[in-house]
Design a binder for this molecule. Structure first.
Ligand code: FAD
Length: 202
């Protein structure tokens, strides 16, 4: 939020430290931050606007609030005591049935459009009752707001390879343009979960 100052880790509010493992998230983002900080120093891109590119909007993070919301009960709400356990069982069973490409990224804190869409579809077909009970629990306006992030996740996933292909063009721009181009690629890649490399041999 200021020129020449970049919060990292918990202080950056990049990710909820408790809901999805703040340390794990920070480690996952280290290559992006390392690259970005290196270029920011190299190109003297240290204004508030330039450094804000290192904390981009990530739709795959924004969609996760729904998971937290479905596992919480408002003070004025009453819920079947087994409802949350049933939901967790259903979600993990659906992901297990869909296999490692769906389950593993999620367990490693990476939400991807394809895996999320498959899980939601599988759950709607296998457990329609659980899904319909969630709508009054979460509320329609928040669900519509969530849809916005879900659709952005789809757009980010589709745009990522196309914009990555433009990287050689970005590298012909003046330094600041190069910096913003690379940050756009990072934002699309991390914001769509395209940075995930868990399936590759270490
Ligand atoms: C109960 C709990 C369980 C967690 N479990 C997990 C987990 O299972 N997996 C996971 O990935 N993450 C987990 N986290 C989150 C993880 O601990 C944090 O995301 C991580 O420690 C953040 O590291 P950090 O360096 O950004 O901040 P911190 O570790 O908070 O370090 C900040 C440091 O700055 C110091 N400091 C503060 N103010 C000043 C000042 N004015 N001057 C000098 N020093 C200052 C503090 O004393 C502290 O040492 C958990 C957190 C909690 C609380």
């Amino acid at each position: 939020p200021w020129n020449r100052i970049l919060p990292v880790g918990d202080s950056s509010s990049n990710q909820s430290p408790l809901s999805f493992g703040g340390f794990g998230a920070m480690v996952r983002h280290l290559p992006r931050l390392h690259r970005g900080i290196h270029e920011a120093l190299l190109y003297d891109a240290l204004s508030q606007a330039a450094l804000a590119q290192l904390h981009p909007y990530q739709p795959n993070l924004s969609v996760t609030w729904l998971f937290q919301r479905t596992m919480s009960v408002g003070v004025d709400q009453s819920l079947d005591p087994d409802a949350i356990n049933r939901l967790m069982n259903a979600v993990f069973l659906a992901m297990e049935q869909l296999g490692d490409p769906v389950l593993k990224p999620f367990l490693q804190d990476v939400v991807q459009f394809g895996a999320l869409s498959q899980t939601l579809s599988q759950m709607s077909v296998t457990y329609p009752n659980i899904v319909t009970r969630l709508i009054p629990q979460v509320g329609l306006p928040p669900l519509m707001d969530w849809m916005r992030h879900y659709l952005s996740l789809g757009v980010y996933s589709a745009a990522c390879p196309a914009v990555k292909a433009l990287q050689p063009l970005f590298h012909q721009l003046p330094p600041l343009g190069r910096y913003y181009g690379d940050r756009l690629i990072d934002a699309l890649s991390y914001g769509s979960g395209a940075d995930y490399r868990g399936h590759e041999a270490p």
